[in-house]
Design a protein around this ligand. Structure first.
Ligand code: XBP
Ligand code: MG
Length: 257
């Protein structure tokens, strides 16, 4: 059986809880700046998260929740402009250091680096949002921890399509059976599994806890840290209080056995 070589991290909802107080707030700031009376409540945003990608999400909102809006002729440009403004607001929020990494993320990244594992980011979000999060949480060196940052429009189809995971593995020159992915959402799980990666750990969050994670080897409330044990919703923590490299190697062996 192939050896585990690379950990592939999703970003939003997995590395940090960025949606509710980050992306959602930035979308609303962009709408206000454009003079639109659109306000995405926490509840509505939870429904809009069914669609990945900020531009795609705005279009979904118009099609499903705001059909009366008088769409401009150049709708794509209009949405792109709104999204660019949103990205600016999101990056400003990140620069304020308002959103930390989730429990156990930095500890696990550091352990993986110390043990020579390859690290990648595989996300639907805009690349500059990734850099902003890593800069604000891991420092200026943060982005260099990852051999590949696969993000946003670099692929034609976003999660749940496998494209972004395939792109990342292609960049790494690595087969799916040498990877383990960490995700938070149903769309993310579908993307991982359809890319051929079988070792998958899910850490749920407020928006995704009731989603379907069939196919995940381990489903947890978070990755855990010393003094802050995590709890398995599905799968076997093998007596551990937090996710470490030894456990991930066993998860990988179990999934690829
Ligand atoms: C989460 C997403 C992104 C963010 C918003 O990506 O679906 O669209 O919600 O970011 P992942 P953008 O869970 O794969 O990290 O507005 O830049 O798309
Ligand atoms: Mg996610």
């Amino acid at each position: 059986m192939a050896k585990l070589e690379a950990l592939l991290f999703d970003v939003d909802g997995t590395m940090a809880d960025t949606e509710r107080e980050g992306h959602r707030v930035a979308f609303n700031a962009a709408f206000a700046e454009a003079g639109l009376d659109w306000e995405w409540s926490e509840e509505l945003y939870g429904k809009l998260l069914a669609v990945t990608g900020g531009k795609e999400r705005i279009r979904f909102y118009l099609d499903r929740y705001n059909q009366d809006f008088d769409k401009p002729a150049d709708l794509d440009d209009f949405i792109a402009g709104l999204h660019q403004s949103k990205t600016g607001h999101y990056n400003a929020l990140m620069a304020e250091g308002r959103i930390p990494l989730r429990s156990g993320v930095q500890r696990l990244l550091q352990e993986a680096r110390d043990q020579g594992f390859r690290l990648g980011i595989v996300t639907t979000t805009t690349p500059e949002n990734v850099t902003a999060l890593l800069d604000s949480t891991l420092g200026k060196e943060g982005s260099s921890w990852f051999e590949v940052i696969a993000a946003g429009d670099v692929v034609p189809a976003k999660k749940p399509a496998p494209d972004i995971y395939n792109w990342a593995m292609n960049q790494l020159g690595i087969d799916p059976d040498r990877c383990l992915a960490l995700e938070d959402s149903h769309n993310g799980v579908l993307s991982v599994l359809s890319s051929g990666i079988r070792a998958l750990v899910v850490t749920v969050n407020g928006y995704t806890r009731h989603e379907n994670f069939d196919g995940a080897t381990l489903i947890l409330d978070h990755l855990g840290d010393p003094g802050a044990p995590c709890h398995a919703i599905h799968g076997d923590m093998q007596g551990r209080e937090m996710v470490d490299l030894e456990l991930l190697k066993r998860v990988h062996a179990q999934a690829n056995g």
